[in-house]
Design a binder for this molecule. Sequence first.
Ligand code: ADP
Ligand code: ADP
Ligand code: ZN
Length: 221
Amino acid sequence: MEMMPVKIVLLGPPGAGKGTQAKSISNRYSIPHISTGDIFRKNISEETPLGIEAKTYIDNGQLVPDEVTINMVKDRLTWEDCKNGYLLDGFPRTVAQAEALQEFLAGRNESLDTALCIEVPSDFILERMTGRRVCLSCGASYHVKFNPPAVDGVCDLCGDNIIQRKDDVEETVKERLDVYERQTQPLIDFYKGKNLLSTVDGTKAINEVFEGICEILGSVN
Ligand code: ADP
Ligand code: ADP
Ligand code: ZN
């Protein structure tokens, strides 16, 4: 039987559609969707020490410090459900994080199957981000125009209320795009250099992007 790629890193600017596609990939390949943003937001709503530490950075569109983020992800990757692989969404976001992940994998004799970049030019981003609505319970992502829920204000997947994230306002989105260009974009060359980069056109409709992703995942590994 053909080997399925199971350890995937999703790359792309904020608003590229990583979270949206991650839900579908996670279903199709039966691997956990690990979103560092979702983990931080859950900790913030539960007012854990981690949440309290992360909140100021997130609200200002800055990255949470590497050390905190790396330790959190390393811990998550040792859970039982990661045995057959996982999909990382929003991690790594810095070269230091990418190196820490490589080291973690090497120490376990494992490797990534691919770093999949969802490419979307910056002129699409602002409209996607300011129109985004999310479910804090299950992490589902909607858009007022491009992907509205069936019932206004209610999550299709779990029935909870959907909200606008505090960091999805224009000023913070601009800051996050800046942070992306400075700190995360270099990861594209990082993974290219390791022959792990694959790319998909993220400007198409949500289902078409997913088809493109499935083609790539069928051909790597
Ligand atoms: P990311 O996790 O990369 O920040 P999301 O998956 O949350 O991005 O998507 C950002 C916003 O854009 C959401 O409102 C989502 O519904 C919308 N979106 C995602 N993919 C597409 C697409 N292919 N076309 C139009 N809108 C999209
Ligand atoms: P988006 O998909 O819209 O870019 P995320 O939900 O992935 O947003 O992340 C929201 C915020 O959480 C980021 O702006 C950042 O403050 C923090 N964050 C998420 N992942 C990381 C990471 N790997 N390193 C540092 N900060 C992170
Ligand atoms: Zn939900």
